[in-house]
Ligand binder design. Structure first.
Ligand SMILES: *Cc1c(COP(=O)(O)O)cnc(C)c1O
Length: 368
């Protein structure tokens, strides 16, 4: 029995007729780019994340880049975020010309440390970009409080947190803007690339609609310098199907997490710790152990694929050496990079598979 870390095969098998139907509807409709399906999906998705407007774009990286552009953030500005995230969070900031400034994380939640945000605020700081890592919401009440006090924008990176809640409200509903990814592995994953920006500000909404389409509104006339980044009808139609199952997907992910935590509760693994104010969406189920690499190696021998999100903190990557961070600058971020690993988690994983994974891990841990 080989158990992959992730697969879309079983989820797709459940919804295949709906997906085939969605594709056929678009092909027969005569609309391929920014047509009626995208408009409907934008509305539906925005509602789910508690915003008035959704602006569909090419991918989650573009969503961040364009969100920053909508706020006029660029050269000379600083954006506070974390280094234990997917590269796109940082790549998009750098693409605007702005400088990413890394706050360290809290070791138990692996989310941005609030005191460290405050320490890094300078006159050049324009924006805080919290990342709801692995599907767990940051403390958004406190982050909005800090932002308000220092007159900063907040962009929530919700790429991993579709369906997650903070204090009964969806992630994405707190910041000035929120960015979402439909990369295949994400909770609402496309069969290809896709992304969205959500906001409740009509000013930002209008600007983002221009930014994603050469700076135009309806005619071949550019009002502002813009880009080409559009969600297309085929993806929107398939994503609508996925979105209609969101609450079931979240329940299934939470059940998977509960089962892992229960079966591994007496082991030496520690799991990402969730606040009582938080409803975790479990994009990933992440555990920590000092002998992480040995565990992954032993699990592979039992045909269990464990993966690491992420083994290299971004502040120490060659691509960002120009920012002059050194080992030791972000101790908890660096420690997490050495210890974290992600358990198999996908729609359709069976109880028997989870039980096998847990029995194997208990065995591996006892023999380390
Ligand atoms: C996936 C992801 C993104 C965006 O990625 P794309 O592949 O461009 O859709 C941004 N931030 C985080 C934290 C992510 O996980």
């Amino acid at each position: 029995m080989h158990i992959p870390n992730w697969t879309y095969a079983r989820e797709l098998a459940q919804i295949r007729p709906q997906i085939d139907d969605a594709i056929a509807r678009v092909l027969d409709s005569g609309h391929l780019i920014l047509g009626p399906t995208v408009v409907r999906f934008e509305d539906q998705f925005a509602k789910v994340v508690g915003c008035k407007y959704g602006i569909g774009v090419d991918n989650g990286t573009d969503a961040i880049f364009l969100a920053l552009k909508a706020l006029d953030i660029g050269l000379g500005d600083e954006v506070i975020t974390v280094a234990n995230t997917a590269i796109p969070t940082v790549a998009a900031i750098v693409a605007t010309g702005a400088t990413p400034v890394f706050a360290d994380i809290e070791p138990e939640t692996m989310l941005i440390n609030l005191q460290d945000i405050k320490k890094h605020i300078t006159p050049r700081t324009k924006c805080i970009m919290p990342v709801h890592l692995y599907g767990l919401s940051c403390d958004m009440d406190s982050i909005m409080h800090i932002a308000k006090k220092h007159n900063l924008f907040v962009i929530e990176d919700c790429a991993q947190s579709t369906g997650a809640l903070w204090n009964h409200k969806p992630t994405g509903s707190f910041g000035d803007l929120a960015t979402h990814s439909f990369y295949p592995t994400k909770i609402i994953g496309a069969y290809g690339d896709g992304g969205m920006i959500t906001t409740s500000s009509s000013k930002f909404e209008q600007k983002l609609r221009m930014l994603r389409k050469y700076g135009t509104t309806t005619t071949y006339y550019s009002h502002i310098h813009g880009y080409n980044s559009r969600l297309d009808e085929l993806h929107a139609a398939m994503l609508q199907v996925k979105l209609s199952h969101l609450s079931n997907y979240i329940k299934e992910r939470q059940n998977i997490a509960t089962m892992y935590q229960k079966l591994l509760s007496n082991s030496t693994l520690s799991f990402q710790k969730s606040s009582t104010l938080s409803a975790h969406a479990y994009h990933l189920i992440v555990a920590q152990h000092p002998k992480r690499d040995q565990i992954i190696h032993a699990a592979a021998k039992k045909d269990i694929e464990l993966k690491v999100h992420y083994a290299h903190p971004i502040h120490l990557m060659d691509g960002y050496a120009y920012l002059h961070y050194k080992p030791g600058h972000l101790p908890f971020t660096e420690l997490a990079a050495l210890q974290v690993f992600s358990l198999p988690c996908f729609i359709g994983i069976t109880k028997e598979e989870i039980a096998y994974i847990c029995t194997s891990l208990v065995n591996i841990l006892q023999n380390l």
